[in-house]
Design a protein around this ligand. Structure first.
Ligand SMILES: [Zn+2]
Length: 469
């Protein structure tokens, strides 16, 4: 788990010194990208240790004016970035292998060579990699990576945590006051952003207080939502402030966009009149990004808390959580572009998946992923596809109105033991299976009670007690 601590009340002199350090380290990273960010560099299996030895031998490191540990970590980090960049390109190369080679053993050979970075001897792979791996450049000019043995922290008499990290000169530590009372541990990544230092570090999840809480003993199905983060198969809602958080944020963004557009047009008019002082003023005071980024980070933190709390509530009850595989649903789709709401929804889905996986793992419950095709449309009692209106699902066959998300959660729970519908069964086949089942039911079972009075009563009290089996 990545944790972030923030500096608080850091004096401008110290910030400026750190800024100078990240600028110099940015140059180190740019040099690494420049020299090794290609097929001949990291692509050929070059290691950061080899680069360090070479720099030390030829004195390349002297030009940067930073301490040894700082540039060595920057080299390692930049090479890691390049390697990640390369892995992304390999996805395209793999696709090319499948397209142009039909022989299975030839495919296997190429994929194995690609995986092990042993592709240099193969002209096809080399060509493909050169084609798909566009030469990148360093975009990181705001970070310092500090090794675990290079920093220390202490609490002062006022209960404030101070973090000391190496400055630009030997034995000259920069002391940063933090807004937390927990000492950051392990390798730190310091990111300078908007006059503040963010300290990113990994925390062993088993150390967290919430990890000590045991899980429950039931098997529970959950459906993800946007009004509430999670609804479980017992009809309980968790994280019910999520909808409010998301919609108020979306309203706020819309309003701010409108205001910024107006300010921009005022600035443009001023520029045409030649009033450049005004243009600068508006840009500096009204169109900056510091506050905007800070508010966005705050909103993300709130949403995460809401969703993680919801996941904890479910695991309080469950030894096994059954859920839709939220990470796979839109994989392979094109980018979502500018549509704010869809991007927000996509991000929320990712956080929900992360929360379920992380909380389950930490507290020892099992997370089972199931195929969710038609779980939100089928009636959990008879399996027929119902009519959805808002948050209700009307099954014309049973004559019952279910709460749509509770119905979905029960369906998801039932999928866990479904002998015919596996995780990757295509949705068309799922539909056919559901249809075959209800057809069998129709010939075997007597007509269900669907008198209008009962239907109405059930509509008013939709819950599991209406389940007949
Ligand atoms: Zn039904």
């Amino acid at each position: 788990m990545t944790r972030i601590a923030y500096s608080t009340g850091l004096n401008p002199g110290k910030y400026a010194a750190l800024l100078e350090q990240v600028r110099r380290l940015g140059r180190v990273r740019s040099e690494v990208w420049q020299l090794y960010g290609s097929v001949a560099g990291v692509g050929s299996g070059l290691r950061d240790r080899q680069v360090r030895d070479q720099w030390l031998a030829d004195g390349s490191h002297l030009q940067f004016g930073v301490l040894a540990n700082a540039w060595k970590e920057a080299v390692r980090d930049a090479m890691g970035d390049i390697a990640a960049n390369l892995e992304a390109a390999k996805v395209d190369v793999r696709r090319a292998v499948f397209r142009s080679r039909s022989d299975p053993s030839e495919r296997r050979r190429l994929l194995a060579a690609l995986r092990a970075n042993r592709w240099a001897a193969d002209p096809f792979l080399t060509r493909q990699l050169r084609k798909h791996w566009r030469r990148g450049k360093n975009r990181t000019h705001d970070q310092i990576v500090v090794r675990a043995d290079q920093h220390n922290s202490y609490l002062d008499g006022y209960g404030r945590m101070w973090l000391a990290v190496p400055g630009l000169k030997r034995r000259q530590m920069a002391r940063i006051p933090l807004s937390t009372s927990i000492a950051p541990t392990g390798t730190l990544r310091l990111i300078l952003r908007g006059g503040r230092v963010e300290v990113h570090y990994q925390m062993d999840a088993s150390q967290m207080r919430s990890s000590q809480r045991p899980c429950g003993d039931q098997t529970i199905g959950v459906d993800k939502g946007y009004t509430e983060a999670l609804t479980d198969s017992e009809g309980a809602h968790h994280g019910d402030r999520l909808g409010e958080l998301l919609s108020s944020e979306s309203d706020r963004l819309k309003e701010r966009k409108r205001r910024r557009a107006k300010l921009r047009s005022i600035a443009n008019t001023a520029a045409m009149r030649g009033d450049h002082a005004k243009v600068c003023r508006i840009k500096a005071n009204n169109l900056g990004t510091v506050k905007r980024n800070r508010q966005a980070a705050q909103h993300r933190a709130r949403v995460r808390t809401e969703i993680f709390t919801a996941a904890h509530r479910v695991v309080d009850k469950a030894a096994t959580v059954v859920a839709e595989d939220l990470t796979k649903r839109f994989a392979g789709r094109k980018t979502l572009g500018k549509n704010m709401n869809r991007r927000l929804a996509e991000w929320t889905r990712g956080v929900t998946a992360e929360a379920l996986a992380s909380v389950s793992e930490r507290r020892g419950s099992a997370l089972v992923h199931v195929n969710a095709a038609y779980t939100s449309q089928a009636c959990h009692r008879c399996g027929r596809l119902g009519r959805r209106s808002g948050d209700r699902l009307h099954c014309t066959s049973c004559g019952v109105v279910w709460q749509a998300d509770v119905n979905a959660a029960i369906n998801i729970l039932q999928r866990a033991g479904d002998p015919d519908i596996a995780l990757h069964t295509p949705y068309q086949k799922v539909k056919q299976i559901l249809k075959d089942r209800t057809d069998r039911h129709r010939t075997r079972l007597p007509v269900q009670d669907s008198s209008s009075v009962t239907a109405k009563r059930r509509a008013n009290y939709p819950n599991r007690s209406a389940k007949s089996d």
